[in-house]
Design a protein around this ligand. Structure first.
Ligand SMILES: [Fe+2]
Ligand SMILES: [Fe+2]
Ligand SMILES: [Fe+2]
Length: 447
């Protein structure tokens, strides 16, 4: 019997924030450091718990738009024009009700103050929290992770320049300077300590306890980030989630466990955020270095989900999807009984989706070829034979679910791109099928 998870929104946000920081070596701790700094400035300015709560959510996820659409080059620039990622972040987050105010803050997080003009944008008031986030972000990007932070305070403070009225509201700069006079502020920022961000009030969004439906909604948001980094994977996690949930139902999992299975499917490739898109989209066989990269992703999924706490089932089902019963899987090289049934289901759903969907190097396979490959994997004890039998018996229904997920996912991807006027033929999933060897599947799924 699986207990109902009692998870605070803040735990999930900070876990997902760490996941965003996996994307680039330049981003190490960036979201968490920005959150810490923004929280300190908010304290100096006397923001209410409610305001600080929205600011915390916004800071922890502020560059999510850049990560979703691979605009990472924008992150370390500034000037108020290079802010497509802020608009994308707004569009992504506003769909999730507890994030609607944070979405508004993110939308304007590169807005210049311009001696007061920055209080509005196109007639709409810009939240003060956006300006706090802007300053916190600019401070965080100046931190050099390889040097002692106390040797950097002067340089970073100087980098804000004298003409701060052009960039930030003076009261935000004053609040920052008050904090910056203390070594502990810098040390907390460097170590990305967000524990100081604790907010007492139990009713603010930061402290909201998530029910299963809200948790699932949040996992859909992250599924979009995971899948949309490449048009070639635009529906993969959605497919795995649908197939894994359907198999779990056939196995007899409870309604709650089926929902957790759906969440595990959505998040199973969370660790792929750390894999460069050039590898994900590579049409030919992977080099050894690239295979090492790929092999790290379930471990990173584990690290992030494990850090959230109270998500044990989702964490093990999602993160163990490349383990094999014969012990040849990765990254933990687990055997038989140590691989839970839930993880075996996600593993089968992952292989089923990978074989049936269009990939960069081939069209989706037909029933005969899919079952032939999966049969030999089950025979070699790479996959669970009992779960595989369910796939054989329900192949058409599962493939139908996969096709629906692919259509919906690809449609969702196109709409988001269109909303941002970024749509171009080369970005449309399924229309970029390069002719190349079919080795990538084998390299990802076999040792
Ligand atoms: Fe940004
Ligand atoms: Fe940033
Ligand atoms: Fe995977």
């Amino acid at each position: 019997m699986i207990k109902h998870p009692h998870i605070r929104l803040s735990s999930v946000i900070m876990g997902l924030s760490s996941a965003l920081d996996l994307v680039s070596s330049k981003l190490v701790h960036h979201h968490r450091q920005t959150t810490c700094i923004a929280g300190r400035i908010a304290d100096s300015m006397g923001l209410s718990d409610e305001e600080k709560s929205h600011l915390g959510i916004a800071a922890a996820l502020h560059d999510i738009g850049a990560i979703a659409l691979n605009l990472e080059f924008e992150l370390f620039q500034d000037g108020g024009q290079l802010n497509r990622h802020a608009e994308i972040g707004y569009l992504l987050l506003k769909k999730f009700p507890p994030f609607s105010e944070a979405a508004r803050i993110i939308r304007h997080h590169h807005r210049l103050w311009n001696d007061g003009d920055g209080a509005y944008q196109e007639g709409e008031p810009v939240p003060l929290a956006s300006h706090i986030l802007h300053l916190a972000d600019r401070v965080a990007v100046q931190i050099d992770g390889n040097a002692c932070i106390l040797s950097q305070c002067h340089r970073i403070t100087e980098a804000l320049g004298d003409d701060t009225g052009r960039w930030f509201p003076p009261k935000v700069v004053d609040a920052f300077r008050e904090q910056a006079s203390r070594e502990a502020f810098w040390l907390d920022a460097f170590h990305a300590d967000t524990s100081q961000f604790a907010i007492d009030s139990p009713t603010v969004p930061w402290n909201v306890e998530l029910g299963l439906p809200t948790l699932q909604q949040l996992s859909e948001l992250f599924r979009v980030i995971i899948d949309f980094r490449s048009p070639l994977t635009a529906s993969h996690s959605r497919s795995v989630a649908s197939i894994a949930e359907a198999i779990a139902k056939q196995v007899g999992f409870s309604g709650q466990s089926c929902s957790l299975m759906h969440i595990a499917g959505n998040l199973h490739d969370l660790g792929k955020l750390a894999i460069p898109v050039s590898i994900l989209e590579k049409p030919g066989p992977l080099t050894n270095q690239e295979i090492f990269h790929i092999r790290s992703h379930p471990y990173l999924t584990y690290r992030v989900l494990n850090s959230i706490g109270e998500l044990d089932e989702v964490c093990s089902w999602a993160a163990l999807h490349h383990e094999a019963l014969d012990g040849s899987g990765y990254p933990f090289r687990l055997h038989d009984v140590n691989i839970p049934l839930g993880a075996r289901i996600v593993a089968i759903a992952d292989v089923f989706a990978a074989l049936t969907e269009d990939r960069s190097y081939r069209k989706g396979m037909n029933r005969e070829n899919v079952l032939k490959i999966m049969h030999s994997m089950a025979k070699e004890r790479k996959l669970d034979a009992f779960v595989f039998d369910l796939v054989v018996n329900h192949f058409d229904a599962l493939n139908e679910l996969r096709a629906i997920a692919a259509n919906t996912g690809n449609q969702e991807f196109k709409e988001l791109r269109k909303e941002l006027s970024l749509l171009s033929a080369e970005n449309i999933p399924g229309e970029k099928l390069a002719a190349a060897p079919q080795q990538q599947f084998r390299q990802e799924h076999f040792s």
